[in-house]
Write a protein that binds this ligand. Structure first.
Ligand code: IMP
Ligand code: MG
Length: 178
């Protein structure tokens, strides 16, 4: 089998510039005792860059990780969300920003948001690198969006296809030619 080609959709410079803009938007919001919660695994590269941009924008924050699974092998969502690893932090009366790679059906973020709201957070916002329009199965929306993403399966910058490609420094589309 030949290696698939990966076409660049959003390059490193474009992503970095967009993250700086999002960080300054977040810095303007009235956030108290801010806790950033990257939803793993796909968001880890985006979150790492976003955290440092938030620091540059003058924010003080804490970070904890929520690991959820909704995708199995391949590219089709199973529809069911499971907690693989929960956060350890208290969220009562805090402002929480959930960070995810892609908002597609919205099931992952809706699940995470309900979980944190139920624990008494003061406010729960959501920040996603990519949003695929027209795919929503829930009424969850993102407060901060990096880019609108075409309805293609994308990889890189933390996102995988069957565990591969997370290490790519850009967001790309897998092109299989046969
Ligand atoms: P949702 O629960 O349907 O909104 O799906 C969101 C999750 O599905 C994301 O956090 C990703 O982990 C995964 N996902 C959706 N589309 C893609 C894609 O194009 N590439 C890689 N992962 C994806
Ligand atoms: Mg994910």
């Amino acid at each position: 089998m030949t290696e698939p080609r990966i076409d660049v959709l959003f390059d490193e410079d474009k992503i970095a510039a967009r993250i700086d803009t999002i960080a300054s938007e977040i810095a303007k919001a009235d956030l108290q005792r801010l806790l950033i919660v990257p939803v793993l695994k796909g968001s880890f590269v985006f979150a790492a860059d976003l955290l440092r941009a938030l620091h540059k924008a003058g924010l003080k924050l804490e970070v904890d990780f929520l690991s959820l699974s909704s995708y199995r092998e391949g590219t089709v969502s199973s529809g069911q969300v499971n907690i693989i690893r929960d956060i350890e932090s208290e969220v009562a009366d805090r402002s929480v920003i959930l960070v995810d790679d892609i908002l597609e059906s919205g099931r992952t973020l809706a699940f995470a948001k309900d979980l944190i709201v139920a624990r008494g957070a003061r406010e729960v916002q959501t920040c996603v690198m990519l949003e695929k329009p027209g795919k929503r199965a829930t009424d969850v929306n993102a407060d901060y969006v990096g880019f609108e993403c075409p309805d293609l399966f994308v990889v890189g910058y933390g996102m995988d296809m069957a565990h591969a490609y997370r290490e790519l420094p850009f967001v790309g589309v897998v092109v299989t030619e046969d």
